[in-house]
Design a protein around this ligand. Structure first.
Ligand code: BES
Ligand code: MN
Ligand code: ZN
Length: 489
């Protein structure tokens, strides 16, 4: 949980600053900032010498007691040639964490040394502040409130860019909150209510399809997963029309398994609690919805989340069952734990048919296998359109959210053919599990440009760098995809 930080930009000389903490950056081979050193009677030069401070990345020097600046902190930016916006984002997170732990509410930041006259850097900086301030203490009876509510930027900087970073950062935090709530609280109905809440914003409309209508509408694949659970499933669709009336919408789709026990193909008990995070793909879509509701980009977007639990019961789907998806394809369900693809099959084909999107991206904690392939830092991406894949790779470089492409070659796509139905929900045992899940989804997008993002390794922590949480949901891909959407306006 975190409230947005508000910014004030003040273009004043150092001697006019009035602040408890003033933070300034220092590149490796750069000279000491003369005017500041003078203001501190040459003690800055002394401190650099005594601490052997050379401006190495994330090393810092602190000075106390000038009459207007109670504490001065110089943070190393490292080598100028390899400095990136992502490094700045991480430094901002460190700054806010330090201020929070020392309960310093009034901070001023030097714009010039941190490069905050540049919009990309100032956005990254305020994102880092928001992300670093995040903690999830909703269920603690003793809540600790955040201390830093306002930040002064000294020098030239765009308030618009700073505020945008704050909006995007808090959208990521919102996504983290949704991921972190446990399954007894965060049900499909809870998510549907969140969608209704956001849809009160300008240009939004919401449509919730209840489980009782799934079969009648032909959502047989989604229904098969949902029918065993006493907690009712919801198909959540949110329309955003901020663009021209006839512009095709962009489709953003999320797997929203509020808990995945595996169903009749029950998972082993170890770390099963983590399966409350199986709705993190949906949480990514919700984070994007939140950012869009506040920033109102001039484009059309359809957000869709397939929300359900996957549980064993006497009404649950059995291994071997055959179901029919929305696009008419029949699926042999060989393992009820490969449920995410079954839900997404219907969500993708429903959105594709009813909204004719210009492109679709889906987010899902789909396979444990992606952790084997890529570890827990990069999300796996695959799709049917190289242009869209390359656009996402570019956004990945710009946002620091790592992705890596896996192939969807025809040779692999054959692995999901079934003997008795059109396809089956398993590939070959232990081989290329992430790719066969992607190959399965490909059957439901027709010719529409589409990319699947497997976030099973990236959706929850512990994670680095410092703006990521030490535990719990990460809000992965919200920043990545907002960056992409902006390029489509
Ligand atoms: N939600 C899981 C994937 C998962 C596993 C995410 C571990 C994060 C950590 C998904 O529904 C699942 O169970 N997938 C199976 C597929 C298999 C049965 C083909 C898996 O990955 O084991
Ligand atoms: Mn599963
Ligand atoms: Zn799952």
């Amino acid at each position: 949980m975190s409230k947005k930080i508000s910014f004030e930009v003040k273009n004043i000389p150092y001697k006019k600053i009035n602040s408890t903490l003033f933070v300034i950056g220092q590149y490796k081979s750069d000279k000491v900032e003369k005017s500041l050193d003078t203001l501190f009677d040459g003690r800055l030069t002394t401190a650099f010498k005594v601490d052997s401070f050379k401006g190495d990345y994330n090393k810092s020097v602190e000075l106390y007691g000038n009459k207007n600046i109670s504490k001065l902190c110089v943070i190393g930016l490292g080598d100028k040639k390899i400095f990136t916006s992502d490094k700045l984002r991480a430094l901002a997170a460190n700054i806010i964490r330090k201020a929070e732990s020392n309960k310093i509410s009034s901070i001023s930041i030097d714009s010039k040394s941190f490069g905050l006259s540049n919009d990309i850097l100032s956005q990254a900086f305020s994102e880092g502040l928001m992300l670093g301030q995040y903690s999830f203490n909703y269920y603690k009876s003793k809540k600790t409130n955040t201390v830093v509510k306002k930040i002064q930027v000294i020098g030239e900087s765009s308030l618009k860019a700073l505020n945008k970073g704050s909006v995007i950062g808090s959208a990521v935090n919102y996504s983290r909150d949704l991921g972190n709530h446990p399954a007894n609280i965060l049900t499909p109905t809870y998510l549907a209510n969140e969608a209704k809440q956001i849809s009160k914003s300008k240009n939004f409309k919401v449509k919730i399809i209840d489980i009782k209508d799934f079969e009648r509408l032909g959502l047989g694949s989604f229904y098969g997963v949902a029918m065993g659970s006493a907690t009712p499933a919801k198909f959540i669709i949110v329309e955003y029309f901020g663009g021209k009336k006839n512009d095709k919408p962009f489709g953003l789709i999320g797997k929203g398994l509020t808990f995945d026990t595996g169903g009749i193909s029950l998972k082993p008990p170890t770390r099963m609690d983590e399966m409350k995070f199986d709705m993190c793909g949906g949480a990514t879509v919700f984070g994007l919805m939140k950012a869009v509701s506040e920033l109102q980009p001039k484009m059309n977007i359809i957000f869709a989340i397939g929300a359900t639990e996957n549980t064993p019961s006497s009404n649950a789907q059995r291994p071997g069952d055959i179901v029919k998806a929305y696009n008419g394809k029949t699926i042999e369900v060989l393992n009820t734990d490969a449920e995410g693809r079954l839900v997404l099959a219907d969500v993708l084909s429903y959105i594709n048919k009813n909204y004719k999107p210009s492109a679709m991206i889906d987010f899902a904690t789909l396979t444990g296998a992606v952790l084997i392939a890529l570890g827990d830092r990069a999300s796996g991406i695959m799709g049917n359109n190289e242009k869209l894949i390359n656009d996402i790779k570019l956004s990945s470089e710009e946002t620091g959210e790592m992705v890596w492409q896996l192939p969807l070659w025809d040779e692999y796509c054959k692995d999901i053919k079934s003997q008795i139905a059109d396809i089956k929900n398993l590939g070959r045992s232990r081989l290329a599990g992430t790719i066969s899940a992607g190959a399965f989804l490909k059957e439901f997008v027709d010719k529409t440009p589409w990319v699947h993002v497997d976030i099973a390794g990236t959706a929850w922590g512990p994670k680095e760098p410092s703006y990521m949480p030490k535990n719990g949901a990460t809000g992965v891909a919200v920043r990545l995809i907002y960056n992409l959407l902006e390029k489509k306006i």
